[in-house]
Design a binder for this molecule. Structure first.
Ligand code: TYC
Length: 104
């Protein structure tokens, strides 16, 4: 028979095993064709950034090849990536966006 003490022990062990949800960076990649103004618009529209922050991130991507737009749990990061790619495709720009797990 499982005593209350054992029940509590099992509950504690279960609790200790529960990992915090993984976090993912949503990352924009540079290319030679997407207009800078369009990238700034994407950063404002999908990542709620103001003009200055959006411009700073766009320039970082342009000069360094990639840049972080935001950090989210898996499902939200995947949704952001999909929305950005759909929007870029709609406007016929080759803009690429990926998610990268933090700490991997
Ligand atoms: N390199 C592009 C240009 O010169 C601008 C750009 C910036 C494109 C960031 C993509 O994620 C990007 N027009």
């Amino acid at each position: 028979m499982v005593t209350k003490y054992q029940d509590q022990l099992l509950a504690d062990q279960q609790k200790n095993k529960t990992k915090p949800p993984s976090l993912f960076n949503v990352v924009l990649l540079n290319d030679d064709y997407t207009p800078m103004e369009f990238v700034i618009q994407v950063l404002q529209k999908f990542f709620s950034l103001d003009m200055d922050s959006a411009t700073r991130i766009m320039l970082k991507v342009h000069t360094e090849g990639k840049g972080i737009c935001g950090t989210y749990p898996r499902d939200l990061a995947a949704t952001k990536v999909k929305r950005v790619l759909d929007y870029a495709k709609q406007h016929q720009h080759p803009l690429q966006c990926v998610m990268e797990e933090i700490g991997s």
